[in-house]
Design a protein around this ligand. Sequence first.
Ligand code: ZN
Length: 544
Amino acid sequence: MTRTATITAVLAAGLTACAGPTPRVTDVPKPGTEPRLVVLLVVDQWPEWALEAKRAALTGGFDRLLREGEWHVGQHPSAATLTAVGHALFSTGEPSYHSGIVANVWWHRDIDKELKSIEAEDGSVTTKWLRVPGLGDAIAAAGTGGKAVSVSLKDRAAILSLGHTGTAIWYDPKRVAWTSLVSSAGSAGSPPVSSTEPPAWLAAWNASHPIAAHLHDVWTPLPETPGLAGVPDDAPGELGEKGFGPTFPHAIDATKDPANAIFATALANDLVIDTATEAIGAEHLGADPRPDLLVISLSAHDYIGHGWGQESWEAWDALLRLDRRLATFLGDLDAKVGAGRWAMIVTADHGASPMPESLHGGRISYKQIQDAANRAAIAELGPGEWIASADYPTIYLSRAALAQKPQDLAKAVTKIVYALRSFPGLERVEKTADFWGHCETRTGEDFILCISLDPERSGEIIYLPAPGWVLQDSKDGLATGHGSRQPYDRLVPVIMLPPGRTPHPALQKPDDTTIQMVRISTVLARWLGVTPPTSLPAASRQAP
Ligand SMILES: [Zn+2]
């Protein structure tokens, strides 16, 4: 940059500053600045450290967000830094101990079966496991006629980010199509009425084959990607995902199941944003002064992280492409809703570990933990299958174990806890019964453990991985993972574009304000002009 250009840039920055300070995130928009559309954009598995490493290369949509918004570091409250838990938190403002969403999948003792967080006993989709109201319910309760719509590849992300009411849209790889759950508020005291019949516009959108048209695409890196990543394409620990190998190019139709492989491509972010843009027009989002909510959750970023790691060519390339796609999307919001008539929060449901290879960590499977726990139980109870499930973050004893005499069972649980405390890669193992109830009276890590648990739904033992250790399914290895209480999992970017904002020089780093992620739901509710879900009447809550 020449000296004159530098002076011009400094003057321009000064002039922008003279236009008035950037508004802080206000609880209630100033009169005349009320947004017509509030957008929550979730980048699935997006740690703060990864954005800071890539910020300088982002010159498109992210740069615009950082010229109009504030950049804070957000802190997720609990150790259950998982997709379902995080999306339920955005909507309800409540961690697991109140939301009832303890993991993506958990063991149900009464039916001896694992169910997904949005799956009923008969396999249908449901919001029944969510104990509290979400933003969709808050909008319905306000009676403004505002809408709540979400779009994601993942069912749990789309459904739990709204609560019990609204239009949730997600990708069904079996049908290579978008599918939906439309729920409206029931009459006083009765549950919401739900339908899996897609809205007419979504059926028409599916009929245009927006996804099937891409099943023969080949994902190749942008020219700048390798240099920016600064690591080899096959860095140690990279495995690939959904049938793709560790290195580029990634031909979708060369995988065993191309419709499923779409989940782990940069293209998938475009497909989600295309569908969200379609929804803005078809659902008339932001078309009138009754504020609407649009949640967009970009799941591909999570699968790409799991397969290749946040440092990989694939993760870099996906974010660079998202940077470009976002620039178009933000322009579309200006055109469709009106400049200054929309507000936005961009954040993540959880972070991720840097590659375990760089942290002297490693990888452990749930099966290894289950086997170690069972061996410890056998030492006390004799031969048997004493563990029903060890999926993070808790271990569930089997029905046979629970039928043992209480004193024998207590001794077995103590044996399991001590055995797992010496298991490599685990930092903390505890009896869950010691950590539930009266969470507000606990401090530090004890508080974090307490709010990660639901006394009715969690297992008997909780375990937390040590720094750099990644938990994985035994069948499905991971490059990196998330779900721990470590800062790389709990700290995520929060870019807030409040109503009434004025542009400023693009931010290059976050400010020093930490945002507690339990606040996101309330900020969104204030922008929407509705009562925050945490303040809705107790009648709409299910006791644990
Ligand atoms: Zn996630």
